[in-house]
Write a protein that binds this ligand. Structure first.
Ligand code: ZN
Length: 207
């Protein structure tokens, strides 16, 4: 698979481009801020972009979605609970539920509903190699649970679900907030305090 991590805007957002190496059919996750830079990458990598996936509704993850849709015709996909929160910041074409999956070339992509930071938060397992975590899990941290629509309890439970996934997955977060832009999930399980918390009480005491 073709993989590209783009660091965009003034909030250290990461957008992710994926495409099949042979067919060049591809998708973007969380198109942030700069549709010109994103479209340059799409053209440079010769990607035929068919899907735009939003990990959640926050403006910094969706604000380049509509311009990219209008330039590529790609469909915008988000979790059912994200739709009413978009408030026109992005349109949507397909609403999905937990475990929705699709294929790109020979690769399977599975979307997990991981609420907590936002009600419709998604994490995606791409080709059994990458784990795109949006604002649910960062390198060495997790997303905020004190925003409108957040739930610390739901976030803790979502993190337990991620913790049960295989160590070899490469965690690809929604922001460049950590000591590295990506890290394998096995390392997060060893080092990330938010994954080391044994229960919700311990989790809520973290700074
Ligand atoms: Zn967010």
């Amino acid at each position: 698979m073709i993989f590209e991590q783009l660091n965009l805007g003034n909030m250290q957002n990461f957008s992710y481009l994926f495409a099949d190496s042979l067919t060049h059919e591809g998708f973007i996750i969380d198109p942030a801020f700069d549709h010109v830079v994103i479209m340059e990458a799409v053209k440079r990598l010769k990607i035929n972009l068919t899907r735009i996936i939003l990990t959640h509704h926050h403006f910094d993850h969706i604000n380049a979605a509509n311009p990219i849709k209008s330039q590529t015709g790609a469909e915008i996909i988000c979790h059912r609970e994200t739709a009413p929160l978009l408030h026109g910041g992005a349109s949507y074409d397909r609403l999905i539920d937990d475990n929705y999956s699709f294929t790109t070339g020979n690769s399977k992509i599975v979307c997990l509903h991981t609420p907590g930071h936002a009600p419709g938060s998604l994490c995606l397992i791409v080709s059994d190699k990458w784990l795109i975590t949006g604002d649910t899990l960062f390198i060495n941290d997790c997303g905020r649970a004190d925003l409108a629509g957040s739930s610390p309890k739901a976030l803790f439970e979502s993190l337990q679900r991620l913790k049960a996934l295989p160590d070899h997955l490469i965690v690809c977060p929604g922001h460049n907030y950590g000591p590295a832009p990506t890290r394998i999930l096995g390392k997060e399980k060893q080092l990330n305090p938010t994954l080391l918390a044994k229960n919700i009480e311990e989790f809520c005491k973290l700074p």
